[in-house]
Structures are given as C-alpha cells and as structure tokens.
Design a protein around this ligand. Sequence first.
Ligand SMILES: NC(=O)c1ccc[n+]([C@@H]2O[C@H](COP(=O)([O-])OP(=O)(O)OC[C@H]3O[C@@H](n4cnc5c(N)ncnc54)[C@H](O)[C@@H]3O)[C@@H](O)[C@H]2O)c1
Ligand SMILES: O=C(O)[C@H](O)COP(=O)(O)O
Length: 529
Amino acid sequence: MTNTSRPVVLIAEKLAPSVLDALGDGVEVRHVDGTDRAALLEAVQDADALLVRSATQVNAEVFAATRKLKVVARAGVGLDNVEVPAATQNGVMVVNAPTSNIVSAAEHAVALLLAVARQIPAAHETLQNHEWKRSKFNGVELNGKTVGVVGLGKIGQLFAQRIAAFGVNLIAYDPYVSAARAAQLGIELVSLEELLERSDAISIHLPKTPETKGLIGAEQLAKAKRGVIIVNAARGGLIDEEALAEAVKEGQVGGAGVDVFSTEPTTESPLFNVPGIVVTPHLGASTAEAQDRAGTDVAKSVALALAGEFVPDAVNVQGGAVGEEVRPYLPLVQKLGTVLSALSPKAPTSVTVEVRGELSNEDVAVLPLAALRGVFSKVVESQVTFVNAPQLAEDLGVSVEVVKETESPNHRSLVTVRAVAADGTTNSVSGTVSGIAQVEKLVNINGRNFDLRAEGTVLLLEYPDRPGVMGTVGTLLGEAGVNIEAAQISQTGDDAVMVLRVDRPVDTQVLDPIGASVGARTVRSVDFG
Ligand SMILES: NC(=O)c1ccc[n+]([C@@H]2O[C@H](COP(=O)([O-])OP(=O)(O)OC[C@H]3O[C@@H](n4cnc5c(N)ncnc54)[C@H](O)[C@@H]3O)[C@@H](O)[C@H]2O)c1
Ligand SMILES: O=C(O)[C@H](O)COP(=O)(O)O
C-alpha cells in the first residue's frame, strides 16, 4: 500500500542503486522516463523532489506542472538542462553534485586524447576485421608538446595535472582564473587566440552558457596550429560540429575526441565515421565511482531540502556556505520571523537582522533568508523557501539588512529580528541558542525579557495588569483541553504581556473569548510546528 504521507521523490533517469539506500525509507520513490515529456509532466505533479542527470529538460513547463516540488537534484555537474531562474521563481531549490564525477570526466578526456593520438579505436577495428595493418597507424607522441586547456575549472585542472605526467607544456585560456592561480599549477594563462596558435592538443572543459556556446567555430579552427588534436568531453555545442568534421577531413585538425553532442541522445552527427575522430556517447561520468558519489551526494541534499534545511550544494540560494556555528541559528531565526508575522501579519517595509556576540564573527549572510521565511509565512500563500525569499522581498518592496555587534551582555550570541510596518510600527523579537543541547529560546519580545523555549505553540496576550488574569486564562484554556507547559509574565506599569507555551495549537474560536474575558488588547498564537 502506498504511504501518501511520505514525500515523493521522482527519479527521471538511471541513477546508481546507492541513491535508493541513501534516500532511505522516509520517502516514496517513483520512477519516470524523463525524456518522455508527457509522462514527466504528469508524474512531476505529485513530486516533492525530482532527480535527473543530463537527459531530462527541466524547464518552466515542468515547474508549471508541479504542485509541491521543493527540489530538483542533478546527479552530476552540468546544469544546462535545468532552467535555474524558472526554479528560483517557483521557490524550487536546485542542487547538483559538483565534485561527484570530475575525476572521471578528466580521466575520460585523457583517454580520448590518447585514443586519438595513437588511433586506438581504428586500429582495434582493423583487427576485429582480421586485418593486420601496422603501417596504417602512425601516431604522435605527447612528450614535449604543448597542450591547451580551455576552461581551467575543477575538471580542467584535474585534466592538466594528469596530462602533465606525459611531459607536456601546459597553457590555458580562462578569463575567470587569476594568472597567479594558474602559475601555482604550473600553467601559463594565455588568450584563446594564442592558445589556438600554440597548442598541439586542446581539451575543452567549459560549462555550456550563452557565452561559451559555439566558442570554437570554423574561424577558430582555421587559426589553430595545423594538425592539432581537439578533445571535447565538456558539452556539445561548445564546438561547431560541422566545422570540426570539415577541419579533420581537410587535415587542418589532426584528430578529435568527442564525448558530447549538440543534440543528445543522437545516432547521427557530422562527427561520426570521420577517420581521425573518436566518439563516445557522453560517457565522461559513467563510472561506478562517479555514479555512486553523484547518487549519494544528491540523496543527502534532497533529504536536507525536504526537511526545509539549508543545503550546501544548492546553486540558487543566496548566502553561500553556512558555517557550523551559524547552522543552529537558521531554524531559530525563522521562528523569530514567525513571531513577527503573528504580531503584524502584513508585509513589513523593512526587516533588520541584528547579530550580537560570538556569532557576529561568522558569515551570517544566510540569516536574513531564514528570517524572511518566518516573516512572510502569513503574507504569501506560496511556499517561502531559502530560494525565493529574496525575490519575494524584492517583489513586496521589503528592504533587508544585517547588522553585527560584537557586544552581547547577557548571551554568548543573540539574534534580534526587527520589522518596521508601513505605518511605522516596529516589532522586534530576540532569541538565542542555548547550551550543549542547543535549545532555541525566545528571550525578548518588543523590549520585554522572557526565557522560553521556541517550540510548539506559543500564545501572547497583551492586557491591563491586575490580579487573577493568569488564573482566568489557565482555567479557560483547561476547559478547552489545552495544557500550559510554560508561562511567563512581563509587567511594566499597568501593562502586562503574558507568554504561554501550550501543548497544542489553539484556534481563534477558543482564543478570542479568552482574550475578551481578560480585556486583552491583543491575543496572538504562534505555531512553530
Ligand atoms: N562529459 C561528461 O560526462 C562531463 C562530466 C562532468 C562535467 N562535464 C562538463 O564539464 C563542465 C565543466 O565542469 P567543471 O566541474 O570543471 O566546472 P567548473 O565550474 O569548475 O569550471 C568551469 C571553468 O570554465 C571557466 N569558464 C566559464 N566561462 C568561460 C569562458 N567564456 N571562457 C573561458 N573559460 C570560461 C570558468 O571560469 C571555470 O574555471 C561542466 O559544466 C559540464 O558541462 C561533462
Ligand atoms: O555534467 C555532468 O555531470 C556530466 O555531463 C554527466 O552527465 P550525466 O549525468 O548525464 O552522465
């Protein structure tokens, strides 16, 4: 029997079996062929998470078909098949596994280069045909040659380190890498033009972006050193396929190793059946190790995303990496925002997150996102996530800032979230994470001190102070079957604020008469879930 209460994880491509173990029993796993558009659009409707590789196009049409999708996980590196801005607009987190297959991809590029240089596939084929043709296959040595790397990122660097062992000179083109970093790696940074002119072999390791698409065309190939070997194990479309095939046929390019194609899957390409061109069907990441890593990495990210937690590999969440010290404050700060949304349910004009004490030494850029998730919880109907919180703030005209103070007289670290409403009213709520057990506490609401665990349901009553109010409230709650777990009162002059933590959510039909019976000016209920 299907347990419908478990989140649905939709797997749209073949992933390593390890992904199922890593996902565990807490989710319901469903499968669909991501290249079958109609089936994907139907299946994604009920999905909480969607897992893909490079063959499933996850675009605005897919997001429009979803009802509760929280995360798209790409079990690999390249994200050119996922429309990240559309995901962000829909509050859907996008994660990838950025290091899972980089070694495999680099090794595949090396393999392609050697296969082309020594014509291994063609020589293999002759023997399969029972022909002994030694004189037909005269290769080239790599030793002493210049190898150009286009895109000196993670895979480009791994490729460079590996090919260096063949005694080559390394040059690279990557306008986003500093010459100092390249020098550390023993690589000379040059312009694309110079790389083309000097290289005996070129390996491409770029992401596919509007800037890199078609970077190498007929013009660039014509400028290259005659007889150059070109390897592309990055993405189809970075090199013009017609132009490359022509250049190999003419001898301008000595040979090419190609793993990726502008259209995939494909059984037709100008690059097929051209002597000197070695092709593989997008196998760069197809190793047991890379697939295991990709599967387990994304499964971990999916579990975090489904739990509403911060995901380190998310690509569309502002705030960067979240340190160990900051992590426990994420749920607390969201709760502070939730209290503010109970105090003033309309969107504020500004939100300030003030961080005091030890925490102020950390990178806390992610905390405003957590605060906004709480602040907007009653303002918008759609889910508010780490992903779409900044966009919602912009759409609603809410300015957001972080203030840091090293001084914190009463707590090791203290976070205050302050919201200013359109009419100028300001509400503020402070909290801390206390002790080894990391208990989340509310310690101040609008200048009044409390010390209350931030969990379950909390009721806030503002009323004219007089004897007996606590008794009346307790009795009426008791009659409604609600148990008080903790209670605190803050008095100033004739005014008092009572904060109660109770054992269950209390609806307005119960709460409003209680407020009326004690003459409360405001009665609020905050559910921390
Ligand atoms: N064949 C496969 O199976 C396989 C496997 C993994 C990754 N890939 C592809 O390899 C790509 C690179 O992966 P990575 O992990 O090295 O990424 P990365 O982000 O670490 O590196 C990409 C590098 O390209 C550079 N770059 C970006 N735009 C550029 C431009 N216009 N000109 C020159 N350099 C530019 C960046 O500065 C960066 O250094 C992925 O995007 C993916 O498409 C293919
Ligand atoms: O970008 C990647 O990770 C590689 O191209 C691998 O893609 P794949 O998961 O479809 O093999």
